[in-house]
Design a protein around this ligand. Structure first.
Ligand code: ZN
Length: 401
């Protein structure tokens, strides 16, 4: 059975028809603050997809960018009195340390926006030449009226898009624009902001063109799976589609897979509300494998709330799993073949990445192993099944940092 995932564009769970090699692009972080649990939940969901695809015999090229110039990092760097690239460097190092601790596969490519400006300028020039973009005061805007399919990913009507654009960095009320939903491709830099030369004046790119340029450079015109948090569906991914498909006359992605957002203390985790749970704080207290296990309790595309008690409960669950798998190595487990546990794990992961069911299967197998129900075979299979989910049971459970 093929892996089935919910596709945002088709609004249904679909069989993924994939070749031997899979190209995946996942929108990365703006490196201006530490990694929080919402980031971890998103990136570990794609990591689990990759692990299952590799388990099924595919090779996967993951590309995850760093948005090291945008409307978030520049004010933060100014507030800190720090150069924006040194802030980015520091936060990228922290993010990578967190991701490595969580056992996430490193991407094949991690393009940075500031190193891809030439490709963005080329794309914007192409859009201007073809009449899909226009210069409006000190900005270059994409003219959405030239892309009649605008909105096809989200399925939102014009009113909803205008509402969200206003909330998420757009300027729908600006009367100088041709259409309320026109979005920035290039803009003049404010005093103190970085600026690059271009045929349409010095300035800096808009956020959306950054991902169109970086994904094209790394994966070509059509990506197999494009991912990101569900808050990126509109406007970010809708705008990526408009730009890229206008230029390349090919679908930007075959499948669109989005991860749900995480709440804490009653509200969506957000920097502005200050209700962030940082991975670095969490892994000072609990084993990063337990963080991974805790996140598996929540389906990737639901919106859910984190409670502090989940971390400690997962720590106990991890100790149970490690104890049950004691003496077995993942290598031994993989020789078990078509044992029931591994087959069951693969089946639930293939069913729209049902990590909560996979987690339950692991814990039930651990309970059975503890009862001595199946002996060394089940212990080996448990280790292999946990490994499939990125959890190495060969080390004792404990705090790592
Ligand atoms: Zn992006």
């Amino acid at each position: 059975m093929a892996l089935r995932l919910y596709d945002t564009a088709h609004k249904t769970v679909m069989d993924l028809e994939l070749g031997e090699h899979v190209g995946m692009y996942v929108c990365g972080i703006t490196p201006y603050d530490a990694t929080h649990l919402g980031h971890a939940a998103t990136y570990l969901a794609y990591d689990l997809i990759i692990r299952r695809l590799e388990d099924a015999g595919h090779t996967v090229t993951l590309v995850r960018n760093y948005t090291d110039v945008d409307d978030s990092i520049l004010p933060k760097a100014a507030e800190l009195g720090e150069h924006y690239l040194s802030l980015a460097e520091k936060e990228i190092a922290r993010f990578e340390a967190d991701m490595a601790a969580l056992g996430a596969r490193p991407p094949a490519h991690e393009p940075r926006a500031t190193r891809s400006i030439d490709a963005m300028v080329t794309m914007i020039a192409t859009l201007l030449d073809a009449g899909h973009a226009y210069i409006c005061a000190d900005r270059v805007l994409f003219d959405v009226s030239t892309f009649p399919e605008f909105g096809k990913l989200s399925g939102y009507g014009a009113d909803r898009m205008v509402e969200l654009a206003a909330e998420r960095g757009g300027t729908p009320d600006d009367r100088s624009q041709r259409n309320p939903l026109d979005f920035v491709l290039w803009q003049a830099s404010a005093p103190g902001e970085p600026s690059w030369p271009s045929p349409f004046g010095p300035g800096r790119p808009g956020w959306h063109i950054e991902c169109s340029a970086m994904s094209h450079a790394a994966l070509g015109e059509t990506i197999d799976i494009h991912g990101g948090g569900s808050d990126l569906v509109f406007p970010h991914h809708e705008c990526e589609i408009a730009q890229s498909e206008t230029i390349h006359r090919a679908p930007l992605a075959r499948y669109w897979v989005h991860a749900g957002l995480v709440s804490y203390r009653g509200h969506k985790m957000s920097k502005s509300l200050g209700n962030l749970v940082f991975i670095s704080d969490l892994r000072a207290r609990i084993d990063p494998r337990a963080i991974r296990l805790a996140l598996m309790a929540h389906h990737y595309r639901t919106e859910w709330e984190w409670f502090d008690s989940e971390g400690l409960a997962a720590q106990r669950d991890l100790a149970t799993l490690v104890g049950a798998a004691a003496g077995a190595s993942p290598a031994a487990g993989s020789n078990v073949g078509t044992g029931g546990l591994l087959a069951a794990m693969r089946a639930v992961l293939d069913d729209d990445l049902d990590a909560p069911a996979a987690r339950s299967a692991l814990l039930e197998a651990a309970a059975a192993a503890e009862r001595g129900a199946a002996g060394a075979t089940l212990r080996g299979e448990l280790a292999a099944a946990a490994q499939l989910c990125g959890i190495d049971l060969s080390r004792p459970a404990g705090r790592v940092s």
